[in-house]
Design a protein around this ligand. Structure first.
Ligand SMILES: Nc1ncnc2c1ncn2[C@@H]1O[C@H](COP(=O)(O)OP(=O)(O)O)[C@@H](O)[C@H]1O
Ligand SMILES: [Mg+2]
Length: 251
């Protein structure tokens, strides 16, 4: 479904993405891990068209989308949670999601030459339920907690009905309990929608518990991939990532 072939991007002399080849099957749930500066966010930025790759192909359903504009890539079905909930503090959760749903339906309506207003409310409710914000639907976005704002960010991405959803550290900045709630919500929505979901995550307990497949990046390259057990035991991973992680934890 999403196939990455020899993707490359350098900034100045730094190869942030140094020939990544990866396959994300339809409906899979994968984690991307790696030390700070490994190129995880750059990898997402290339997929979403934030900037064009220097080389390589990004195949979505067989079509190369590398180099297309970010809006065009969203239309093709690649969604990403941006930190945008806080930009509209005076909109309620429902109105923010409705706005995104309407924008999406409107674009498709132009193609289908109809404007299905009635669908918007139902889709808005579904999206709010997917991120578990029903109780906060009438709350102003500006009054949400940090974790709830991140859920709204995910809701705004879901409103565009993505085939592929990219989440860059959805649990960042959260306490332990809130973190597990967040990842559980993400897991539940993936189970219901079965889109291809890729998340970047630092918390290894979360990664090992939830990801079907784990891709380890280091210096812009794929160091290892596999399931939790394979990655946990991989000598290169222990050396480059977990070793350092455990050492930090010990000291
Ligand atoms: N827009 C950019 N301009 C210049 N350098 C960048 C840019 N984005 C990322 N980099 C560099 O690319 C490398 C990988 O960064 P990043 O993808 O953010 O890593 P990660 O998300 O794994 O921490 C780093 O050396 C970073 O400084
Ligand atoms: Mg990052």
């Amino acid at each position: 479904m999403l196939k990455i072939e020899d993707l490359r991007k350098s900034f100045g002399g730094v190869a942030a993405t140094n020939g990544i080849t990866l396959d994300f099957p339809q409906g899979s749930l994968s984690a991307v891990i790696g030390p700070n500066g490994a190129g995880k966010t750059t990898f997402f930025n290339l997929i979403t068209g934030a900037f064009p790759p220097d080389a390589g192909r990004i195949l979505l359903g067989g079509e190369n989308i590398a180099g297309l504009s970010a809006p065009e890539i969203v239309r093709r079905g690649i969604g990403r949670a941006f930190q945008i909930a806080s930009i509209f503090p005076s909109l309620t959760v429902r109105d923010a999601v409705l706005g995104a749903v309407n924008a999406h339906l409107h674009w498709h309506a132009k193609l289908a030459r109809r404007f299905p207003l009635a669908e918007a409310a139902a889709q808005t409710d579904e999206v709010i339920e997917l991120v578990n914000l029903q109780a906060r639907a009438n709350t102003l976005s500006g009054n949400l907690s940090h974790g709830e704002q991140k859920l709204l960010d995910i809701a705004l991405a879901l409103a565009l009905d993505p085939k592929v959803l990219l989440l860059d550290e959805p649990t960042a900045g959260m306490g332990s309990e809130e973190r597990w709630q967040m990842i559980e919500t993400v897991y539940q929505l993936w189970q219901r929608k079965k889109m291809t979901l890729i998340f970047i995550e630092h918390d290894m307990d979360i990664v090992f518990k939830y990801a079907q497949t784990i891709r380890v990046l280091s210096y812009g390259s794929v160091l290892a991939e596999g399931n939790a057990e394979e990655v946990r035991r991989h000598p290169k991973v222990i050396e480059a990532y977990l070793g350092a992680h455990f050492e930090t934890a010990k000291s």
